[in-house]
Structure formats: structure tokens, C-alpha cells
Design a binder for this molecule. Sequence first.
Ligand code: ADP
Ligand code: MG
Length: 870
Amino acid sequence: MEEAASRLQPARAIRPIDRKSVHRICSGQVVLNLGTAVKELVENSLDAGATNIDVKLKDYGAELIEVSDNGIGVEEENFEGLTLKHYTSKIQDFSDLVHVETFGFRGEALSSLCALSDVTIFTCHKSAKVGARLVFDHNGNITQRTPFPRQQGTTVHIQQLFYTLPVRHKEFQRNIKKEYAKMVQVLQAYCIVSKGVRINCTNQVGQGKKSSVVSTTGSSSLKENIGAVFGQKQLQSLIPFVQLPPNEAVCEEYGLSATTMPQTLYCITGFISRCDHGVGRSTTDRQFFFINQRPCDPAKVVKLVNEVYHSYNKHQYPFVVLNICVDSECIDINVTPDKRQILLQEEKLLVAILKTSLMEMFGSDVNKLSVNQKLLDLAGNLKNTLPEETEKPQVQMLPDSETEKPSREGRKIMTLARLRESFSLHQTPESNFQSPKKVKRQHSSPRQMSLDTTWSTVRTQKAALTKDLNCEKMDSNMSVPSRYLRKLEDSADSGFCSTSESDAGCSTPEGRSCVNSESVINPEEEFCSSEEQLQNEHLKTVGCGEKSSECDIQVLGAEPKLNQANDRTDPNKLSEEASSSSPKVNCFKSKSFKSEASKCIEVKNSRSSVPSVDVLVEVKKKTVPLEFSMKVLTEKVKKVIQQQQKNTETKNYRRFRAKISPGENKVAEDELRKEISKEMFAQMEIIGQFNLGFIIAKLNSDLFIIDQHATDEKYNFEMLQQHTVLQGQKLIAPQDLNLTAVNETVLIENLEIFRKNGFDFVINENAPVTQRVQLISLPTSKNWTFGPQDIDELIFMLSDCPGVMCRPSRVRQMFASRACRKSVMIGTALNMQEMRKLITHMGEIEHPWNCPHGRPTIRHIVSLDLISPE
Ligand code: ADP
Ligand code: MG
């Protein structure tokens, strides 16, 4: 009782923490990293109406961050309040928050920065005759105040960010490159969304030269801002976002009713990557979302956009810039100090609009090709080129695919992707369709391409028009802050068409991928020229295997032979082909696949002549009379039981050696816990080979089964990973990479790793940003081609862990398939020596536990202690 009472007694009274300490404690939560520091300062400049913002960093921001603007400046009477906690010029009470138009409103940024670093502010208000230089202490009080000549505007100096928090400061300096990369990502968002504002950021390392990090030209168009940040080339891969009301299916999915839905709540504008394969990006590094022009991370929206994109381009991520305009009364921006989490009313509606719009854009806008129209326009030509019977299957099959998911206007429209898909399925010469070569050539001809692009130009113009209308509608009945309205109006860029125009050239990525895929799937070109008949057969089967995984139909997929064959060719290229299809095609695809699959079976049959299909067989019944005596049977049973009893007496098997007693718990535990470490492979005793595929090995009293192929494959893979220096092939002309300044820096700092991967570059430090690096050499290997997307991926990996050797995922895949081909196959008899070698290798590699494709290499079968007598 007493004890309990003393525990209940308050140890100390509850008292407020002194104000200065509170300030120090909380500031580190407002300014979390370099990114937030720069963000807050740039937001202040934008809020001050600046049209010119310069961000200067020293040592990536660790030494100094300086943001100067030509905004309105700070009035003398506000000098004191400038850096005090919760002192702001932007709102006065809570109710103002609803209509707040500025980025800032909490009055925390400058005061927190004061608490975390040494802050000096130079400012000259519009009305002032001369500027002022203000030095602040960590509590936000002015310690020095001197006149200072400068033009209208404000400059904020932040020295030694975080130095007042020693642990954070160390961490900050240690991770400065990562912090810097994240900061640039944040800054890019403001560069993109700030129309009519010129933003320029530079970095200076030590006493070195200032290098440009990112800069914009103050353009009034979103599109030009994107171009300024990511280079003109990026623009060519983008399509404008075209907003549609949610369709029935999507409404149902999200439980929305069309009647109660507010129709004009959201107005979404922006750009996104086309969904053709190779046009997207290998990472999510260029995705920017804004709500009422405020950069933010709307998790559900991000997820949905990527999901929809993935369903059209399975292996890539889109470039995204999306600005969601919504009545400010329907959102709460004051959720987190950095204001990047925003609560939205009617979020489901937003997601539904996005889903419908994106599906429509990807499903029909991109590569749209009206079969009807084409038949009308080119009726004569087509009839001539396509024999009658080759046309029929298309006509019959299309309705099937469309009953699955009827699109709004898609009934008579066949996308190019769908066409491609249908033809790629029929790559065997005995196809029902015309020969693939013919078809491929047809739709990759320049004429066809230009037909395509003119069509999409018309559509995008139409789209721009409808968008204008949408926005106007919204303007009239919403109380959106004037800042957004102004920006909304000019957001209806008419610049879209120029994208399409520049696309019209035949050297678009689209055109290239088309040619690529042709060379991959055209059986004649690819195989007959170099390989013999056998290989040819192999590859036909490969096609089926690949597709079977695509269509979820298991036909021959389970055969290991197929898997091996898969590795023989470039799985990427094949899936590249497959993934260019839209989900709408699935039904269509799987149907045609079935016929293809049966063909595969035929091919197989003709070779092995083992029927893989059940056939009815008549079995003749035989009758045999059986002598039976109950007496004899009972005697026999008795004998058996006696025998069994004897056995159990003599052979007393035991499950555990360790007794269950407190003193021996440790022994029992050890017995249960089986761990093998790499050193143990050397000690393993080889028992023999099982089923020509597995090695049975024994270590003390434990038996293991080891997959001979998987093990050898992993060893070969790791050796390739470690030791291969990929051979580069010189390009005829250096290729521009249009990397962002940060990515250029990452690349330049890790040149050696790129060279080991077969990439080489010329570096021109004096060239303008995005043009400092040119590609001069690419890795080559038989069937594998590499390109700028592999460089992007490496840069992405290296910005996370600079200096650490890594390989692009496609190189890893190539090594995996090479390793597979090199390795001992299942079905190969091995002698003791060979088996010993395999097991020894397992002890020498880093991860012996799985093959490069993920299959386990070793399994514990049994502990002999469990079954043998004591
Ligand atoms: P908030 O932005 O939430 O108001 P800050 O701490 O970021 O809080 O800024 C405090 C105040 O300082 C702002 O309200 C604004 O009046 C003034 N201020 C800050 N930066 C600038 C600037 N670059 N130009 C003009 N005034 C500024
Ligand atoms: Mg602010």
C-alpha cells in the first residue's frame, strides 16, 4: 500500500518550460532539413511578390544559404516582428486561414531559422530610402542594425544551419549530398509552378566555381518552366492533362453517385508522360503535385497516377506535373508545419476524375488510330494490301475485347498499341494474320507516323478548348483566390500543339521504339540470320512462355526448359512489346493467345512426340479368382502386431536428444535453431546427386538438398557482377543527355562507376546547365541495348549512396541471364569433384541463399537425430 502511494505521488510539479527552451525544442520540427529551409525562404520571396529570386548555396547549403528577391521588402516598423515566433503579416486570426492566398501564414520560419543558425537579413522596403542590415540572435532579437544600400527587396542569409543542435548538425553534414538532392527536388517544384518568376539557384563548393543548380526564365507558361528545368527534350515526351468527369464504372468503384457529385469542384491542369514504352522514367524522380499551386504530397493522388500509368506502361513511371485547383474552403493546408500534407474534401471525387481522365488519355489519346476512318480514307489501299481472310479475324475479335470494358467513344477505335499487340502475338509464320514483317513495316512507316500525330494534334487542340471551358466555368462560381485565378487563366497554354508538332518528326522515341520492337520480334531478321534451326525453335517457344505469363494462362509455363529458354533471349524486349498494350486488350489478347498456345503444343509435339493431352483409352478388364480365408488372415494380422510390438521395444526412436528440463533449455533451443553460415559449406560432406538436379549434402547430423543449377547460377552471377567491366561502344556523335544540374553533378562525381558499366561521357564544365554532359559511349552486349534511361537509373541509385559500385537493373538482368546460360543445367550428371566445387563456391559468394531470379538454392531436409536411434 505504502509503496503504491509513494509511486502515485507526483515526483515534481508540472510547470511550463521556459520560453527560450520551447523555441529551441520546436524549431527543429519546423525546419527539418535543407529542403524546408530553402522552401521557406523561397516561399517568403514569392509571398513578397518577387519576380526574381536568387538562391546561392555554399558547400551545398551546409555553409551558407542565401535567398535574395526583388519583392516588396520589409518596412522598418516590422523589423522587430520579422523573426519573432508566430509573428506574421499574412493572417490575423484563425478565420483568415480559410482564404489564405500566401504560402506562409504561421510566422514560424524565420524565427525557427534564427534558433537553428546565424541569420542576417538585408532588406529595403518599397517606401524606404535606404536599406538595412539586420543581425539576429538565436531568439530572433536584433543584435545589430545598420543602414545598408540595396535595391528594393530582401536577402536572407542563413549560416551554418543546425549548428545549435550538435547531433543534428553532424548528421546534416554527413548527409549533405542527399539533403542537397532533396532540396533541389523541392526547389524544382517551385520553379515549375511559379509563372512569371525567374528563379535561379547556384552552388559553390569551397573556393571553386559557382555552378548552376536550376534556373527558370520567368516564363508565364507551365510548359516553358518545365522545359527550363528539365530541358526541351523532356517536353516532347509529355501530353497535357485533359480532365473528364468520372465515368460510370469509376463512380461505382469509388461509391460515388453521379447526381450528388459537385460537378465543378476540381479543375486539374498539367502534363504527364505518354504511356508508350520507353517514354516514361525508370524512377519517380520527376513527379510534382500541386494543390492551388502549392507543392504538396497528396499520397492517394500520387498512388493512383502511378497505378494507372503502370497499367499502360508496366515498367516505368511517369513524369508528372499536376496542379489541382479547388475552392480553398474545401481544403485544410494547416496539417503539418511544412504544409505538404493537405486534407481534401471530396477526395474520392478527385481520385475518380483523375482515374477516368488518365485512362481516357492513355487508352485512346495516345497513338489513337481510328480503324474505321482509316478504312474509309485508305479503303482501296488497305483492301489491296490485306488479303480478305486476314481482315476477318480482327473484325471478329474486336467486339470481344470491347464488351469487357466499353470506352466512351472507343467502340470503333483501335489503338495502335492494341494493333501492335495483336500482331505481336502472331509472330509465328503460320499466323492467321498477315506476316508480321509486313504489318510491322506498315505501321512504322513514316507515313503512318505522321498520320498518327496529326490526329493527336487535332485531339489535343480540342482538349485545350474543353479545358478552357472547364476553367471558365469554375471561375464563375468559385471563390478561388485571385492569385490562382490569374495563374489559372494562363495555364490553359495553347502551347500543346507545338509538342505534337515537334513529335511529328520520325525520330521521336515512339518511332524508335517501334523500330526496336520490330527488330526484336521479327523472327526472320532476328534469328535466321545468325542462329540455326534449333535456336529458332527455341525462340518460338519463348514467345509463348512470355505471353503465358502476361495472360495468366498456364500452358507450358511450368516447364523448366521454357524458363531456360526465356533467359536465352532478352526478356525485356519481349515484355516491352507485351506491355505496350492496354488492359482493355487483355481479353482479346488471351483469346488469341489460346490459339497461339495450341500451336506451341503442336511444335512441341512434333519434336518430342509425347502426347501432352489426355486421350481416351479403352482398358480391358481382367478377372482373377482370389482364395480367401478369414482364419489365415486373423493369424497373419496377429503376427504383424506381435512383430510391431517387438520393434517398438527394441527401436525406441526419440524426437529430441535434449531433455525438457530447465537446466537443459539452452541445448534444446540450440537443437531447434538451425543456422548455417557460409564457412559451413566447406565442412559439408557430399552424399550424392539426386534426380540429376540436386546435391544431397550432410553437415554433422543435418541433411541438405542443394539445387545444382540455382547454386551455380548465383555463383556465376556474383562473379559477373564483381568482375565484369562492360565494354562500351563509341557513338558516332556525342549524345545530349539533358540532365538536370544536380544529376550532372552526381554523374560527374561518379564517373568511374559509369565507366565500369560501359558508359562514357565528355564533360564540358563551361557549357550551360543540362548540356555539360554528353554521352559518347554505351555498353553493348549481343541482344541487349542500353540507353539514357539506364543512366537515369544509375544516377538515382548513386544520389542515394554516392560512390558505391552499383549496376543498372537491366545490366543485372543481363548478368542473370548470362549466368543462367553458363551454369550447370538440371539433368546433368555430376561427379563428386564437380559437386564439391559447387558447394565450395557457395561459401565464397556474398548471398549464396538464392539464385539471381530469387529461387532458393539450399533447403534443410531433415536432422538425422530426429529419426535415428540414439
Ligand atoms: P510567415 O511566412 O508564415 O508569415 P515567416 O517567419 O516566414 O512567417 O516570415 C515572417 C514575416 O516576415 C512574413 O509574414 C513577412 O511579412 C516577412 N518576410 C519574410 N520574408 C520576407 C521577404 N523575403 N520579403 C518581404 N517580407 C518578408
Ligand atoms: Mg514564411
